[in-house]
Design a protein around this ligand. Structure first.
Ligand code: F6P
Length: 378
């Protein structure tokens, strides 16, 4: 393997608070080894389509360019969840779309730029692309990123803590207005097909019901939970719904799907709010937190995790690793094969301590009647 002189960083998929911490740590750790560092704009678009960037699709990352960015949300490199180079959407003359594998073209571009290795920072989609590029001959290290916390082989991802923290603060605020009006408030949170954000923010903020993709729901159980609370004098209820939650025997709510992109989830909160209003006769309001929980400054926890992942990715390259992902295996950061992450999704284990805690607290998951006996307390 030729010695490393120049590496590239790329951020792909939905942004997550903590990305800039990875960029800073990887840049400084590489510069401290005497390596040059470049950043590719908007996933791989900056290197694939230089004309669209006036020649600035690949930018030099220096100490100065990564100064003061750790506390900033988003990514200074930009990102995209379109234009997967291994399955690039191309429109045919008849209007239909086909997917082309353009990964060799991308690898050739890396050669043109004298890039010896890539640190690819992303979620399941970007890490699958990274694995493909590694198998096609590129030297690649993956860094796991997602607010959804749904990546396998790592205890958690940066962005998740910030998302849960902010969602919990929002739910805290909804308690007072729900109490004043005696309403049911349904809060929809992101998370794709995993319920981590809904579960953690819902339990941390004392929600009365939490609906997650891992447990298809029957709203009669949630309605009964609300009625029981009403009988005990608690006129309001808070229900947290993961965007990927679905009714028993039903399917997830989809906003839409465009070519070359994953399906966009959304709408389940409104459906749940409408149905609970009818079932309980109470006034229900729906709040969709959406991209708010993906923005903003990362928590100290996510900054540190991002810094640890960025530095570990450079150490891994320096130690001669290839085709691996850095992963949190508390208390340390390990390396796991990229191939072991591909195509897998980490869901909430239903026997996990957090789930058991929630059940002990009487949180209803829409799969069974409320457990707490009616003792006349609220
Ligand atoms: O994967 C992160 C995430 O924020 C999901 O929770 C959500 O479903 C999706 O991205 C939204 O993506 P977009 O940025 O395309 O709206």
């Amino acid at each position: 393997m030729r010695p490393i002189r120049r590496i590239a960083l790329s951020t792909g998929g939905g942004d997550a608070p903590g990305l800039n911490a990875v960029i800073r740590a990887a840049t400084l750790a590489a510069r401290n080894r005497g390596w040059d560092v470049v950043g590719i704009r908007d996933g791989f678009n900056g290197i694939m389509f230089p004309d669209e960037y006036d020649g600035k699709g690949v930018i030099t990352l220096s100490r100065e360019s990564v100064r003061g960015i750790v506390h900033q949300g988003g990514t200074i490199l930009g990102t995209t969840n379109r234009g997967n180079p291994t399955a690039f959407p191309v429109q045919q003359p008849d209007g239909t779309w086909v997917e082309e594998d353009r990964s060799q073209e991308l690898i050739d571009k890396f050669d043109e730029h004298d890039i010896d290795a890539l640190i690819s920072i992303g979620g399941d989609g970007s890490l699958t692309i990274a694995c493909h590029l590694y198998e096609a001959g590129l030297r690649v290290i993956g860094v796991p990123k997602t607010i959804d916390n749904d990546l396998e082989r790592t205890a958690s991802t940066f962005g998740f803590h910030t998302a849960v923290d902010f969602a919990s603060q929002c739910i805290d605020r909804l308690f007072s207005t729900a109490t004043s009006h005696g309403r049911v408030i349904v809060v929809e949170v992101m998370g794709r097909y995993a319920g981590w954000i809904a579960l953690h923010s819902g339990v941390a903020s004392g929600a009365h019901a939490v609906l997650i993709p891992e447990i298809p729901y029957d709203l009669e159980h949630v309605a009964e939970t609300i009625r029981r609370r009403e009988e005990r004098g608690a006129k309001f209820s808070i229900v947290v719904v993961a965007e990927g939650a679905k009714p028993k025997g039903g399917d997830v709510s989809i906003v839409g799907k465009s070519v070359g992109q994953a399906e966009r989830l959304g709408g389940v909160g409104q459906a749940v709010g409408d149905a609970l209003g009818e079932l309980t006769g109470k006034e229900a309001r729906v709040v969709v937190l959406g991209h708010l929980i993906r923005g903003g400054s990362p928590t100290a926890h996510d900054r540190l995790l991002g810094l640890r992942f960025g530095a570990a990715a450079v150490r891994a390259l320096d130690e001669g690793h290839n085709g691996i992902m850095v992963a949190l295996n508390p208390p340390t950061v390990d390396y796991v094969p990229l191939a072991s992450v591909r195509g897998r999704q980490k869901n909430v284990p239903l026997d996990s301590d957090t789930m058991l805690t929630a059940r002990d607290l009487g949180v209803n998951f829409g799969d069974a009647p409320p457990i707490e006996p009616n003792l006349g307390e609220s």
